[in-house]
Design a protein around this ligand. Structure first.
Ligand SMILES: NC(=O)C1=CN([C@@H]2O[C@H](COP(=O)(O)OP(=O)(O)OC[C@H]3O[C@@H](n4cnc5c(N)ncnc54)[C@H](O)[C@@H]3O)[C@@H](O)[C@H]2O)C=CC1
Ligand SMILES: O=C(O)C(=O)[C@H](O)COP(=O)(O)O
Length: 384
């Protein structure tokens, strides 16, 4: 039907949503007719009569896909925007939005769980070895806040932020001296500080002995070749990779060298997904000039029992508590099972599609059995 926005009247829009966005049909049906589609295989034919397109990071939204269609609004329920051709969308007058920060706490939970599952890294960090953070945005800042609450030192590098506003930010050299280096930059290919292949083997070999490199940003920030060379030259460095160059396919040899390997699920908490969905739906409502009505979240998505947390000492308490809510090793084990599949890309996507329900630490019902660990529990849940 012809569109008439800002009328205050709900229109019967044709809305396409990625089938991997939970609760999307109940959320978007307030705006019109919702059809679920496979975001990886979406073609121009699928969207011929659509006015609204709601995607995740697997759909390349560009001129090739949209030109000649009636799409007027594109929403991505993700933090990252590297799959969206923002210049084309702006020039074409197609309203575009994403969900900044929506699953940032989920990524922080992933990092904390990975710390707990990497040998004695947690103990090393608690005794003063610092964490380096590349990219001090929604994820980087939240990670720093959680680490600080736990008493773990951190340094951050973000050349795009104003030094006067963030005087504590350091240079690349500073973060390369840290025991754990976490990559949380977006994927960019232009500008003064493109992140594409920004770290190579010569930079990464500066990491201290027994360092750990964690990438939960985008695979293309460090090339597969650089990581392979690093693992040959510095076998003492542990690789924890959630993102891969050229997803959904991934390099088997590199995956086999990782201490922890996961299929791009750091941000996959149900809380993060629902938050992204709400952010995009409310921006669609604003675009249409209608009131956004929140939707009923199926109880099984958010219900959870109370967990009683204890530990022999502080590190033990942190490890047990974190892993009882989210154990990254379970994701790693599922990933290892698909490494030798013939169609690895398909298997990678299937793992993501069938991802188990995961709550964020901050939204979990947790009780410390000993008063002495109450503060530590608050630190672990300080996310929201
Ligand atoms: N693995 C996963 O499941 C997830 C991955 N992500 C990825 O993490 C990225 C970061 O997320 P947010 O912190 O929420 O984004 P954000 O946009 O809030 O912050 C990104 C920060 O990185 C900085 N930055 C840009 N280029 C840089 C460079 N070359 N070197 C250092 N810093 C640089 C920016 O100035 C900004 O402060 C997303 O763009 C997305 O690609 C996000 C969510 C989940
Ligand atoms: O939000 C982002 O940015 C992410 O990386 C997403 O969590 C990735 O999930 P999909 O959009 O690929 O399902």
């Amino acid at each position: 039907m012809a569109l008439s926005f800002n009328t205050g009247v709900t229109l019967s829009l044709k809305i396409l949503v990625d089938e991997n966005i939970p609760a999307a049909v109940s959320c978007f049906s307030q705006f019109g007719e919702v059809r679920r589609v496979n975001g990886r295989q979406l073609s121009k034919t699928d969207i011929a009569d659509a006015e609204v397109l709601i995607v995740r990071s697997v759909t390349k939204v560009c001129k090739h896909l949209l030109d000649g269609t009636g799409v007027r609004f594109v929403g991505s329920t993700t933090i990252g925007t590297d799959h969206l051709d923002l210049n084309y969308l702006a020039e074409s007058g197609i309203k575009t939005c994403n969900a900044p920060g929506s699953n940032a706490e989920s990524v922080v939970d992933y990092v904390i769980s990975a710390i707990c599952q990497t040998d004695d890294l947690l103990e090393r960090l608690l005794s003063g070895e610092p964490v380096g953070i590349i990219g001090f945005g929604n994820v980087g800042k939240r990670l720093a806040r959680r680490l600080e609450a736990l008493g773990i030192a951190w340094r951050a590098y973000d050349p795009l932020l104003n030094k006067d506003e963030f005087p504590h930010l350091g240079g690349l050299d500073d973060v390369l001296r840290c025991s754990l280096l976490c990559l949380h930059a977006p994927l960019t290919r232009t500008g003064d500080h493109p992140s594409f292949h920004m770290l190579d083997t010569s930079l990464l070999t500066r990491l201290p002995e027994d360092a750990v490199l964690l990438n939960a940003g985008r695979g293309e920030i460090v090339s597969t070749d650089s990581l392979m060379a690093l693992s040959r030259q510095r076998p003492d460095i542990s690789l924890l990779l959630d993102v891969w160059e050229g997803e959904p396919a991934f390099p088997v040899a590199l995956a086999n060298r990782c201490r922890i390997a996961t299929p791009h699920i750091a941000g996959y908490s149900v809380d993060g997904k629902l938050s992204g969905l709400r952010m995009v739906a409310s921006q669609l409502a604003e675009f249409l000039g209608v009131q956004y009505c929140d939707f009923d979240v199926p109880l099984e998505m958010t219900a959870g029992e109370t967990l009683h947390c204890s530990g022999a000492n502080r590190a033990d308490f942190i490890r047990r508590t974190v892993l009882s809510v989210y154990d990254v090793k379970e994701d790693d084990e599922r990933f290892r099972r698909i490494i030798n599949e013939l169609d690895r890309g398909l298997a990678f996507d299937l793992l993501r599609k069938q991802y188990p329900l995961r709550r964020e630490l901050a939204y979990s019902s947790l009780v410390a059995t000993s008063a002495s660990f109450k503060e530590t529990l608050n630190a672990l849940q300080s996310g929201r």
